[in-house]
Structure formats: structure tokens, C-alpha cells
Ligand binder design. Structure first.
Ligand code: CTP
Length: 409
């Protein structure tokens, strides 16, 4: 901890631990950060587990510091926000699953209970932050040994059927860390694939979103394909080399806020309109992203129109203007035809921003009356601007006058 965590963060954690002691509670660092500390990987996402009431502790800490508190009494969890960093505090808990795939019933428990409920041995270690054994590793499930052997191991045979999202999580760790599934875990994973059907769309989608935050999500997607996980989530999903290449291209565009949506669009690029509807429903994809994904597949079927040597900019604009920009970007990445690719990029980089210099008010001053006729005239001006037939406001005025006079005659 001393070596890998920034000093201010460490001091903060020690202060919280002191306050926990005043409440008679014990505090531990747990989960992913412990794994990454032992691997020497940077991770400042601190998850703290309290034997005792975490919300009470977080309230006490917030009263005596600058921290902002977000408490969830029902779950016994709290977030403390200090500027840009956050600390998650959770009451140590015991979980029981009423049926596979259901969210677990939670009751307060000990650290031991809290560790056994976790997904993999490498995520089930804790470091004590209490004064009497500060810094001591609590490793009840041989997590350290598995880290050394680079193995992903579940803690008990029902793990994947209790919570099949662990299948996706496990593959994610396997690829991120370059680890392997331990033999029995690999067998149970294969056997547990049908349990993915018990997982709600929201939870599956959430895991995909998590995967899309990886540096190279295509590695995870390919492996999910190999293991038969993708086919279980959506019969038409593939994790082939095409996806890998296109994900890589998407990442190079560096529009990071759009990247997760772009990955979703590329993932379903080969889908028919029927496939896409099934997939959107299965994953309960929110309306905005659904529109982008539908547009992606719909635009794909129009790409042949863009494979012509000489389209006018206005033709391109009026073909593409109704589609979501991310769907157009996905098609630009996926298009086989270089011509179509260039037209799509031209639209995104330039054509979609082209506006006429004259607006309706100014046309009125030139004697054009409001109504459909004005709409038509504005469209003609816009097309002329897109195609470079008018450049300046004066050009537009001349064209508008000649057209409206022409009408009068
Ligand atoms: N966890 C679990 N089962 C799940 C989800 C989470 O057991 N289905 C546990 C794991 O011990 C995990 C911890 O909760 O380490 C925190 O979850 P999360 O933040 O998703 O994982 P991290 O390992 O912290 O994060 P990351 O995957 O980004 O490294």
C-alpha cells in the first residue's frame, strides 16, 4: 500500500480507519484493489468493507471532513467523494440466492461472509486497515497462490449458477490479466452457460458496458465467442476477426465519449433488422442507444446507394441527414467500399454542419411569404450551398430573388 497508493489517499484511509475504531468497527480494503496492489498494477478505486455499519462510519467521516456523502441505507453502503476521487464503503455482508440469477438477499455479516460471497479467489482478498494488524493480508481462499499461478478460480461449485454474470466477468479478467481459468472452473463455466438465460437484460448489458471499458474489449469479445457465451446472449452475435479489426479502428478515432456506443453498433453490424429487435429487447437497451443501433443496421442496407463514383454533396446530405451520427460513424468504419466510406466521412466532418447564410426572416424581407414555399426555397438554397453553387450571403440573396421572381412570373 505504501508503495502503490498516493500518500494523501493512504492518509485518508488511515484517518477513516481511526474513526472506525472509535465506533468499535474494523475496516478492510477489499476486492479488485487488493488484487491489483499484489500485482503492482495502478488502481485507486478503493473499496472498503466495514465490520459494522458502513453508513454510520461514512456519516461520521463526512461530518469531520470535506467529503461529500452519498448513503444507501437499504444496502448498507456509502460513497465518500473527495474532489475527483471516491471511496466506497460497504457493510460486510452475507448473501444468499433464492434462485439462480436473482439478486441475492443480503444480511450484515463478518469479513469472512463478505469474502466467500465474491466471484473469484483473486477478488476475494482483503487487507486490514485496523491499527492492531494494519497491512495484514486476509486470504481465506488462496487468492495469492492463484495470482502467482495466474489462475481464475471460483470459490464454490454453485458460483456460476448463483450468478452467471460471473462468466462474463471471468473472461474479462482472463483477457485483461492474461490469466487462465483453473480446470474445474473452466468445466463449470461451460456447464453454466445455460444459466445466462436467468440473467436480466439490464445486468447482461451492464457487463458488456464494463467490457467495453477495457483497453482491448475485442479480446474479451473474441473469447466470449469461442466459449459459446455470445451465442447464448444473442444467437447472431459473433466475436470474429472482423469485430477485432473494427473495434481497433473505432478506438483509433479517439472520440472516447462515443466509443461504447460505437462498440455496441459494430457488435450488431452483421444483424438483420429482425435480429436487432430481438437483441435490443433481450438486453433492454435504452431508447437512445436502441435508435443508434437500429440506424446502424438500417443504414447498412442503404450503403450500395453510396457506392457511386460521383454523388453530389447535397445527395449525400439528404440521404444521411436522418441517421444518428454514431450510426454513420459505425458504417464508415464497417463499409467495404472506399467510396461509401469517404462519403460517410465527408458528411460527418463537413456536410452536416453546412447552413445557409440567409434565414426565414431575411427571406421575408426579400418578399418571400412564410409557408411551404419558403421551406422549399430554403432547401434549394441549402442544396446550392452544399454543392458549392453559392458561397456568400450575396450569392444566396441573388439566387433567392431569381427563384422567387421566377415563381411570380
Ligand atoms: N463482485 C462479485 N460478483 C459480482 C460482482 C462483483 O463477487 N458479480 C465482487 C468482486 O470481489 C469484485 C468486487 O465485488 O472485486 C467489486 O466489483 P467490481 O467493481 O465490478 O470489480 P473490481 O474487481 O473492483 O473492478 P475491476 O473489474 O474494474 O477491476
Amino acid at each position: 500500500m505504501e508503495q502503490h497508493l498516493p500518500q494523501p489517499l493512504l492518509e485518508l484511509v488511515q484517518d477513516i480507519s481511526g474513526q472506525a475504531a472509535e465506533l468499535g468497527q474494523r475496516l478492510y480494503l477489499v476486492g479488485g484493489v487488493v488484487r491489483d496492489l499484489l500485482l503492482g498494477y495502478p488502481n485507486f478505486d478503493l473499496d472498503l468493507v466495514v465490520e459494522g455499519d458502513a453508513v454510520k462510519l461514512a456519516q461520521k467521516v463526512a461530518e469531520t471532513s470535506q467529503a461529500k456523502l452519498i448513503a444507501h441505507h437499504r444496502f448498507g453502503t456509502a460513497k465518500l467523494r473527495y474532489g475527483n476521487s471516491t471511496l466506497d464503503l460497504a457493510t460486510a455482508r452475507k448473501e444468499t440466492y433464492a434462485r439462480p440469477g436473482a439478486l441475492p438477499a443480503v444480511t450484515p455479516g463478518t469479513l469472512k461472509d463478505d469474502l466467500i460471497r465474491r466471484d473469484f479467489s483473486i477478488n476475494a482478498m482483503a487487507i486490514s486497515l485496523s491499527a492492531n494488524d494494519y497491512g495484514e493480508l486476509v486470504d481465506l481462499h488462496q487468492g495469492r497462490r492463484d495470482l502467482e499461478h495466474r489462475l481464475i478460480r471460483i470459490l464454490h461449485p454453485r458460483s456460476f449458477s448463483d450468478d452467471a454474470t460471473r462468466i462474463l466477468r471471468g473472461v474479462c479478467y482472463e483477457q485483461r490479466l492474461g490469466f487462465q481459468f483453473e480446470a474445474q472452473t473452466a468445466r463449470l463455466l461451460k456447464r453454466g452457460l445455460p444459466m445466462l438465460d436467468t440473467i436480466s437484460g439490464d445486468r447482461i448489458r451492464h457487463e458488456l458496458e464494463h467490457i467495453f471499458e477495457e483497453n482491448q474489449p475485442e479480446l474479451v469479445v473474441r473469447r466470449l465467442g469461442e466459449l459459446g457465451v455470445l451465442a447464448r446472449i444473442g444467437p447472431s452475435l459473433k466475436g470474429d476477426g472482423w469485430i477485432a479489426e473494427k473495434f481497433d479502428t473505432a478506438r483509433r478515432l479517439k472520440k472516447s465519449t462515443q466509443l461504447p456506443s460505437l462498440y455496441f453498433c459494430l457488435l450488431v453490424y452483421s444483424f438483420s433488422e429482425n435480429d436487432i429487435e430481438q437483441f435490443l429487447a433481450r438486453l433492454n437497451i435504452p431508447a437512445r442507444l436502441s435508435r443508434v443501433m437500429r440506424d446502424t443496421v438500417r443504414l447498412k442496407t442503404s450503403l450500395p446507394i453510396l457506392d457511386k463514383p460521383s454523388l453530389k454533396p447535397s445527395d449525400i446530405y439528404y440521404l444521411l441527414r436522418g441517421y444518428e451520427p454514431v450510426a454513420i460513424q459505425a458504417n464508415a468504419i464497417a463499409a467495404e467500399s472506399p467510396k461509401a466510406h469517404d462519403y460517410l466521412q465527408l458528411f460527418l466532418a463537413k456536410l452536416r454542419y453546412v447552413r445557409t447564410a440567409l434565414n426565414g426572416e431575411e427571406l421575408k424581407k426579400l418578399g418571400v411569404s412564410a409557408g411551404p414555399q419558403m421551406g422549399k426555397l430554403l432547401e434549394v438554397l441549402h442544396k446550392a450551398k452544399l454543392d458549392g453553387q453559392v458561397r456568400t450571403k450575396a450569392d444566396e440573396r441573388r439566387l433567392a430573388l431569381s427563384l422567387s421572381l421566377g415563381k411570380e412570373r
